[in-house]
Design a protein around this ligand. Structure first.
Ligand code: SAH
Length: 290
């Protein structure tokens, strides 16, 4: 596959397939929260996901006037660390591979994947605004021959069966039925390929979704699945987990820091409370396509 094989089909290929997906497309078309844009401005990698790892207190120290700027840079560093961990689990990725970012947002993870592996990365989002944004960033960084986003439904991906070396959902699997999603990843992945998700999920050991989980669902118009549902959907679709990492502890410092920022969105309490009461977990699951 050469790098000129991209189809410039953002406008002609269908995106949303259901009224719900239309709502989600509208949500992300309108999304312009400073907490996402200001963090992306730090180095041009725009994420719509959360962070992991310890806060670097030295990086926050300094005169009061620059505090918010240092805090934004630190939150952004933790969000990029999250994407780095996801990429660590993609396994061996030769340069000629195709990688697929399902629910790619503004494309931060795609850019990082291309920078790391040098290969082609295709992203899908329901939002035309996000796809345009990601493609503009790719052009600005001269990665446009390799990194490309388009408006498509990830339950109906525009890739040949067995064509992808690896694929992922970075905080985008709570918008779809998991059985449909895992079936579609299994279809596009080559045998021996890798699937990775990082997601919040409700904890079956808690019982049912807590009130905090319900609040998060209402805030993002999504439907958080349980850990059990992820593992069941993978098992039913030839995706065999090789790593399941509970990142809940690792994401708490990010949320505690974020809650002190002027950029709070109002959902911080729900995340902190549900992570602490055990009803909600932040997990990475990496699976082999067998
Ligand atoms: N993975 C990105 C963005 C996460 S935000 C990041 O880490 O920054 C959630 C994303 O899921 C949005 O881009 C939204 O458009 C996308 N999404 C939700 N449902 C989708 C669907 N059915 N098909 C394609 N993308 C979808």
């Amino acid at each position: 596959m050469t790098t000129t094989d991209f189809t410039p089909d953002t406008a002609v290929i269908p995106g949303p397939a259901t009224p719900y997906q239309d709502d989600i497309a509208r949500y992300w078309d309108q999304e312009a929260r400073p907490v996402n844009l200001r963090l992306g401005d730090v180095d041009g990698l725009y994420h719509h996901h959360y962070g992991i790892g310890d806060v670097d207190r030295d990086a926050l120290a300094g005169p009061a006037s620059g505090h918010e700027r240092r805090l934004v840079a630190e939150l952004h560093r933790l969000e990029s660390a999250q994407a780095d961990l996801l990429l660590d689990h993609l396994g061996h990725v030769p340069r000629e591979s195709l990688l697929v970012d399902a629910g790619c947002g503004r494309g931060g993870s795609m850019m990082m994947a291309h920078q790391r592996f040098g290969c082609r990365v295709e992203g899908l989002t329901l939002s035309a605004k996000q796809a345009e944004f990601a493609n503009r960033r790719a052009e600005e960084t001269e990665a446009a021959a390799f990194v490309h986003a388009r408006v498509r439904n990830m339950l109906d991906m525009p890739f040949e069966t067995g064509s992808a070396r690896a694929s992922w959902n970075n905080e985008s699997s709570m918008y779809v039925d998991l059985d449909d999603l895992m079936g579609e990843h299994a279809r596009i992945l080559e045998v021996g390929g890798r699937y990775v998700t990082i997601t919040g999920c409700w904890n079956p050991a808690y019982g049912q979704p807590s009130k905090w989980v319900s609040q998060i669902n209402a805030h993002f118009e999504c439907n958080i699945h349980s850990r059990r549902e992820y593992l069941r959907a993978m098992a039913d679709n030839r995706l065999v987990p090789r790593a399941i990492i509970d990142l809940t502890e690792a994401t708490l410092p990010y949320w505690e820091l974020r809650a002190t920022s002027a950029l709070v969105t109002g959902i911080e309490e729900a995340f902190l409370s549900s992570y602490k009461d055990g009803s909600f977990q932040y997990v990475l699951i990496a699976a082999d396509r067998v």
